[in-house]
Design a protein around this ligand. Structure first.
Ligand code: SF4
Length: 371
């Protein structure tokens, strides 16, 4: 099938693996940033076909996983109000807050609805003028244009009953934070192709130069990922640290300028807390003051909420590439997709759910009984 088979051709992938094995002379640690790439790697066993010593670690590029518990608790508080229709993409409904999740709010009578686009939520606001319609705007640069468009449209129509609960984060500040950590193990990055489709890769040039790490913009098909790994290893072995584009069928250096302009009109860069990682300076987006009427935190005066993560959950360490899901003592025991303790198990892009779904239930010598 066109556009699928051509990126899953086993002969081409085999040749790429042969080159990886031929050129690798020492161990390297490479981080794939995006959770979608993590799932593709684990599902296809790509990490198991690499030379010994090439380690793939899983980065913080799963939007659900890095949404702070406090923000989920704010969503739960807003969604519980009788005057609210709370809307979200489906994967946020099962993410546990400190006491419950959005599904439980719905079962208790809250009007919680799954939508496929923030513009569906704008439509709901138009059709329900007696209700306050809120959209949970979670994600990276990838989803920011759609959310900006929804706010822009509602503002233009004067729909005062539409607001978004913003939890937008930006990739480059997180890459810098991980590389600046004294514990950092990352020597090369696979950058997320869809983020770069919107933002391009100009922002990554200074990171590659300052930290001396190769960054390869990479797609999501198995062949994309193997080629991205090959391109990173080539650079590492040759002592280069540049930004290269594996995903050239989609991504341009400058990205999507109209989308970037729309983001800049509606949002401004702000401090953001990342679940498991903590505050990263200027690593997120918030609505500009002129759109305050559409900012759910202002509309509902949610105030500050402080909550602690479940003590067993090491997802923050996993998202920094310092451990793997199967090193978590709760993995497959207290924590399963049916009963997730942390967001990396509940999210469809989370590293823990990938390891669970594709039966990575323990490393040699430390097999775990999965319940
Ligand atoms: S397995 Fe569960 S408890 Fe352990 S890190 Fe992953 S989400 Fe957290």
């Amino acid at each position: 099938m066109k556009y699928l088979d051509e990126y899953r051709n086993p002969d081409i992938v085999k040749k790429m693996f042969e080159e990886i094995h031929a050129i690798t002379t020492r161990p390297w640690v490479i981080m794939e940033i995006c959770g979608g790439q993590t799932h593709s790697i684990i599902k296809n066993g790509i990490d198991q076909l690499l030379p010994e010593g090439i380690e793939l670690v899983h980065g913080p590029g799963c939007p659900v996983c890095v949404t702070p518990l406090e923000q989920i608790d704010k969503a739960l508080a807003i969604a519980s109000r009788p005057d609210v229709i709370f809307t979200s993409f489906g994967d946020m409904l099962r993410v546990p807050g400190s006491e419950k999740d959005l599904f439980m709010v719905k079962s208790e009578g809250g009007d919680v609805r799954v939508v496929y686009s923030p513009l569906d939520a704008v439509k709901l606001a138009r059709e329900n003028p007696d209700k306050k319609v809120v959209f949970f705007a979670v994600g990276f640069e990838t989803t920011a244009p759609n959310n900006a468009m929804a706010v822009w449209q509602a503002h233009r129509e004067g729909l005062k009953n539409f607001s978004i609960l913003v939890s937008h984060v930006l990739v480059p500040p997180a890459m810098r934070t991980l590389l600046s950590s004294p514990q950092n193990r990352v020597q090369g990055y696979l950058a997320a192709g869809h983020v770069c489709t919107v933002m391009g890769w100009e922002e990554y040039d200074p990171i590659a130069a300052e930290f001396g790490v190769p960054i390869v913009v990479t797609g999501f098909e198995p062949m994309d990922i193997v080629e991205g790994i090959l391109m990173v290893i080539r650079q590492l072995e040759q002592g280069r640290a540049e930004v290269e584009n594996q995903y050239s069928r989609i991504v341009r250096r400058e990205g999507n300028r109209p989308a970037q302009e729309l983001i800049a009109k509606v949002f401004m860069v702000a401090e953001r807390k990342w679940r498991g990682i903590g505050e990263i300076p200027m690593s997120g987006l918030k609505l500009r003051p002129e759109f305050r009427d559409h900012d759910a935190e202002a509309v509902f005066d949610t105030g500050e909420i402080h909550v602690d993560e479940p003590p067993q959950c090491i997802s923050g360490i996993i998202l920094q590439g310092l451990k793997k899901p199967d090193e978590c003592p709760a993995f497959g025991r207290e924590c399963t997709p049916q009963n997730p303790l942390g967001a990396t198990m509940v999210s469809s892009e989370g590293a823990c759910s990938a390891y669970y779904a594709y039966a990575r239930h323990g490393r040699p010598g430390q097999q775990q009984e999965v319940v």
